[in-house]
Design a protein around this ligand. Sequence first.
Ligand SMILES: NC(=O)c1ccc[n+]([C@@H]2O[C@H](COP(=O)([O-])OP(=O)(O)OC[C@H]3O[C@@H](n4cnc5c(N)ncnc54)[C@H](OP(=O)(O)O)[C@@H]3O)[C@@H](O)[C@H]2O)c1
Length: 363
Amino acid sequence: MAGVGLAASTQAVGATASSGSNRSGYAAVSAYQIGAQAGLDSLTRVKRNFTAPGPFEVLVRSRAAALNYRDLMILAGRYGSRKPVDRVPVGDGAGDVVAVGEQVTAVAVGDRVSAAHFTSWLAGDYQPSAFTADLGNTADGWLSEIVRLPANACVQLPESMSYQSAAALGAAGITAWRVLHVFGQIKAGDTVLTLGTGGVATLALQIAKMAGAKVVITSSSDQKLTIARSLGADVTVNYRRDPAWEKVVTNDAGGVDIVVETVGLQTLDQSLACCAPNARIGLIGALGGTPSQLPGLAGLVTKNVQLQGVTSGSRAMFSDLLRAYVVNAAEPHVDRVFGFDEARSALDYLAKGEHVGKLVISM
Ligand SMILES: NC(=O)c1ccc[n+]([C@@H]2O[C@H](COP(=O)([O-])OP(=O)(O)OC[C@H]3O[C@@H](n4cnc5c(N)ncnc54)[C@H](OP(=O)(O)O)[C@@H]3O)[C@@H](O)[C@H]2O)c1
């Protein structure tokens, strides 16, 4: 990050790299904060000081951050309760450890790391307490030159994985992984339906192909569906041209075994209509808003379909996901990379919905 105004307040970064313990703080670090949460205009660029890491913390020099739909919701004040105006946005990122607390042993200065945005959810089942330590939401996120993390939240990046790929695989990848592998128990030969061509849906497409599944994907745009086919989609459906897209899906693909339901209650009826007996639907999104009428769920019973709400996942799931991309020599599909100075443009671009896959901010 040389040349972007980072100043070590006490010790030069790396001066104690061999001892693995750099306890300096940082002054005048460039960062963004969410401000009044009245929309994208609330995003503000500021300078912040970082004190030395606490005993179990690390400071990480950000190298890349990746955007998610919820970053827009947080800036618009539509994601849970109001947050402090100085909250740093963006839950996904990756970088280099530049300082570690005195009790930290698993991570050292110089390590390349990322973290799942729920930093206290290390493994096992979901607990609502995960939301109390949620980067970019209830804790400061990655849109800052320096990020403070609990050391045990850190995931070491595989050597072959870039910062940008690791960032892009964060929340959206973990969520897709959890729906497909942890809840969906995907196996080769399954058929997976994923809706839209945003971050979650596109990573779900890639993860499902790695598992040997047949993938059906929908989009409002033929152009985007062409990209989806180049990423391995077997069946593509334009939901704008075919509002009764569930009929096209069942006709072209038969019943599906797993649905990555990114749109939410608005499309649940149609997703259910696509399901084969014993299918699994991971309900993760709210892109379609809340419909005036609840979906009719009779098909759940007659087809013995399982429906589960999914809110991202744990550090263990993130590690498994990173390993899968390395083993398959795959990279998450990144639509566009923006500079740190272009964070606002990146969020505008996300809001327009013209992207396929992920948007990354490179530091
Ligand atoms: N990203 C995460 O980590 C994460 C985790 C958990 C839950 N979620 C939730 O999952 C949803 C997707 O998140 P994301 O980050 O992947 O969003 P995103 O990258 O902004 O993707 C949005 C895409 O979804 C499609 N879409 C939007 N409205 C639609 C509708 N009414 N019907 C069908 N498709 C529609 C569009 O694709 P086309 O232009 O191709 O039609 C749009 O580009 C959000 O509700 C989010 O809150 C996300």
